[in-house]
Ligand binder design. Structure first.
Ligand code: 5GP
Ligand code: MN
Length: 336
């Protein structure tokens, strides 16, 4: 499907008063940042707006302006079902298949309301009436910035919106270091800084807030759990539920951990496997350069994402999942 013109989006928005914004399971900085930036922007257009996500998100995102209004499907299901009935349209942000909403997606699939898809992941499903999709965008926050500017409302980007957008741009680019970063990324950041936001405060709020247990878990993973295969070019961690419990695991405690082995010279693929509380194995994949973990995750692990950052799931045991990964990854990526 083609992207919708800003003109058509502007016209459509005029007829929508009550708007629901949703983002993906296990929301990250880009999911929450883009949803809350759009929330503040639409409130400024005098809309009635609700942000709802499938499950809890990490504490390090709870300082974002508007956080206290966010509904979470696992605890606010009744309220959310009511909003689904009452809303005029649904914005789906930072994902491109309704299955990324888990149970929440089943409710939305049958609601019959028009969907907006705003996303930068590869191969979007065809469920949206309106679409703003660009794989080259470093984050969904970049697309929300484009949307607001495209609708002629750049002057409406205030400190609240800028704080939210900065967070998503920062977290989805690994603090401005991934290949997705372009001059445009930095030009947007320059614009956002003009609102008076303080980047060092945002970095500190998101990254300098580990619990003692979280830092110990990182140390444990690095010293005890890291395994290298494929001629030391593939690195992975495998963590059981019990091990996580030893460090009083909380949502977000393993965020970013998958990237650490890239610090080793020669590592091209990183993976992280953990037993999720939901009862399956949650997997994160990362890669360098041309190696495509989106395709790999889609092919073998019921997942997807971006070329260099993807996720997946397995219903097998942790041990069997990792055995399967070892077998498939070495041959798929031709690393020996
Ligand atoms: P993470 O490893 O940080 O959970 O996810 C990396 C990227 O892959 C994110 O952009 C995320 O949205 C996407 N992703 C994670 N898990 C899944 C999944 O199960 N299915 C799909 N399609 N994408 C995923
Ligand atoms: Mn994103």
């Amino acid at each position: 499907m083609q992207n919708t013109s800003f003109r058509a989006i502007k016209t459509a928005l005029k007829s929508f008063k009550n708007i629901l914004i949703v983002s993906h399971f296990s929301p990250d900085g880009d999911a929450m940042g883009s949803s809350l930036a759009l929330y503040h922007y639409l409130l400024g257009l005098d809309k009635k707006v609700t942000v709802a996500v499938p499950n809890e998100y990490p504490d390090f995102l709870k300082w974002l302006p508007g956080n206290q209004k966010v509904l979470v499907y696992t605890k606010d299901v009744k309220k959310i079902e009511k909003v689904i009935q009452q809303c005029d349209c649904v914005f789906t942000l930072d994902f491109n298949t309704l299955s990324r909403l888990e149970d929440f997606g089943n409710s939305l699939k049958k609601c019959g309301k028009p969907f907006f898809l705003i996303d930068h992941h590869q191969q979007p499903d065809d469920y949206a009436k309106f679409q703003l999709h660009r794989v080259e965008a470093c984050s969904t926050c970049e697309l929300i910035y484009d949307l607001i500017v495209g609708l002629g409302d750049k002057s409406k980007i205030d400190k609240k919106i800028a704080n939210c957008l900065y967070t998503g741009l920062m977290t989805d680019t690994g603090s401005f270091r991934y290949p997705s970063v372009t001059s445009k990324t930095h030009a947007i950041i320059a614009d956002l800084l003009k609102t008076g936001i303080v980047p060092s405060d945002i970095h500190a709020a998101v990254y300098d807030n580990y619990s003692y247990d979280r830092l110990k878990l990182l140390g444990y993973c690095l010293s005890e759990k890291l395994k290298l295969i494929g001629g030391n070019q593939i690195a992975y961690f495998k963590i059981s539920h019990a091990e996580l419990q030893n460090f009083n695991f909380k949502k977000g405690d393993t965020e970013g951990l998958v990237n650490y082995p890239f610090a080793i010279n020669g590592v091209k693929i990183c993976a992280f496997f953990n037993e999720a509380p939901e009862g399956y194995i949650k997997i994160s994949f990362r890669s360098k350069g041309k190696l495509d973990v989106n395709k790999f995750a889609r092919l073998y692990f019921n997942g997807g994402g971006h070329k260099n950052a993807a996720g997946g799931k397995s219903q097998m045991s942790l041990t069997d999942t990792v055995a399967e990964f070892e077998k498939k990854a070495v041959s798929y990526f031709k690393l020996k």
